[in-house]
Design a protein around this ligand. Structure first.
Ligand SMILES: [Zn+2]
Length: 411
């Protein structure tokens, strides 16, 4: 079981981040794309039905090139295991010993996977998942067949997840319903310390002051539209934040024709886009420098985006545009954070059940469900999250045909 980390000795140097081997062929990135969504997909041949791994250009059985990625059963049997005590790779050399196993999947292929510590004995049933490693590439990880106590604490598994347990979290805009539920969810998930940012102290929100009663919580004045304030807060706590949740958003339901002027659109951009940019500029370097800082290193940056970032929803047109801008910036941030191993996690909810979506019919994502999805994504090591039925349906339609979705949304 994981123990609470001791206070850091400020005289010791912080280990520089290293990454596991990251080179992949273009076809192998299919595994990464599915793992980013938390799916276990392998190449399957529609002509002869063969499931294969590792990914290749053609079917190993019939040489067909019509391969497609299909969700596969995670069940398999561990046939052999080995423990690495030496490695020429810097990343693994700093993490030895390291267990690997040879697994026959029920779907057909035999694969090499990283082994969870509680898998014991051969042969034994295991579950295999495709997970992103610190370089952001998919690898296979074998978990025990059934849940074991404190499973998430496993030293090797923690290299693939962003578990909040014993980590320090900053949440921007703790006043919103989502912000309040995020705070409670992170406290429940074992976060060591939670800074809850808030702006406009004269505005009262039901439930917000109650958060201060949670022992992990520190309320912190933080206005992400104020560059100087963001810089000052980053100077104060930036070096300690392990997980940053960019949660603040400005949302009004307007298109173009039903609102004169640009004030509302500008306010949305100032929070949703420039707010993220200010945070990234001030907190990004500090998180990057601590990507390998021991058991509770800096590990994740979470952005509350919207499924409207992919396709504009005209009744919320300017809001959609600001989220599209934020999504693009988040991709830049992801690329810049990658060398440090800090993962950028994007959340794409459908309409949230809040005051700005009053006129939309259900289903809507409840703030508590959204907060739970964020914590689970970190625990599971997922990079792109679509919480709720609406977001899942939009994702499927957008992947199938983005132009058709655009047309459907405009009627
Ligand atoms: Zn085939």
């Amino acid at each position: 079981m994981l123990e609470r980390p001791k206070r850091k000795n400020p005289i010791l140097r912080t280990r520089l981040p290293t990454l596991p081997p990251a080179a992949r062929s273009r076809v192998a990135l299919g595994l990464t794309a599915a793992a980013a969504l938390g799916r276990f997909e392998l190449q399957q041949c529609p002509d002869c039905g063969t499931v294969q791994y590792p990914p290749r250009e053609a079917c190993q059985n019939c040489l067909s090139i019509n391969l497609s990625w299909k969700v596969q059963s995670s069940d398999g049997e561990l046939l052999a295991e080995t423990v690495l005590h030496h490695s020429n790779d810097l990343f693994f050399r700093e993490r030895l010993p390291w267990r690997l196993g040879y697994i026959k999947l029920d779907s057909g292929p035999t694969v090499v996977a990283h082994l969870h510590g509680s898998i014991q004995g051969i042969p034994t049933k295991v579950r295999v998942r495709a997970m992103l490693d610190r370089a952001g590439q998919a690898v296979l990880v074998a978990l025990p067949d059934k849940e074991t106590p404190n499973m998430a604490d496993d030293r090797q598994l923690r290299e693939f997840t962003c578990d909040p347990k014993f980590r320090k979290v900053l949440i921007t805009d703790g006043k919103s319903a989502v912000g309040q539920h995020l705070t409670k969810s992170f406290a429940k998930a074992g976060a060591d310390l939670i800074w809850v940012g808030y702006a406009e102290p004269w505005k009262k929100f039901a439930g917000f002051e109650e958060l201060a009663k949670l022992p992990q919580v520190t309320l912190l004045p933080l206005d992400i539209t104020d560059s100087r304030n963001v810089r000052e807060v980053a100077a104060e706590i930036g070096g300690k934040v392990d997980i940053l949740i960019s949660n603040a958003e400005h949302h009004r339901a307007f298109g173009i024709g039903n609102r004169p002027g640009v004030e509302t659109a500008r306010a949305e951009m100032d929070v949703n886009y420039f707010g993220l940019l200010r945070l990234a500029q001030e907190f990004g370097p500090a998180l990057r420098s601590r990507g390998a800082d021991g058991q509770s290193s800096a590990v994740a940056w979470v952005n509350l985006l919207s499924v409207y970032a992919h396709a504009n929803f005209p009744p919320h047109g300017t809001f959609s545009a600001s989220k599209a801008a934020a999504h693009s910036l988040a991709q830049c941030l992801r690329a810049e954070m990658r060398p440090s191993g800090v993962r950028v996690v994007n959340i794409f909810p459908g309409p949230i059940d809040d005051e700005w979506n009053q006129l939309l019919p259900p289903p809507k994502v409840a703030p508590a469900a959204l907060a739970g999805a964020v914590v689970r994504a970190l625990q599971d090591g997922i990079e792109d999250v679509y919480p709720g039925d609406v977001a899942q349906e939009w994702l499927a339609r957008w992947r199938d045909n983005p132009k058709a979705l655009e047309r459907e949304l405009s009627s």
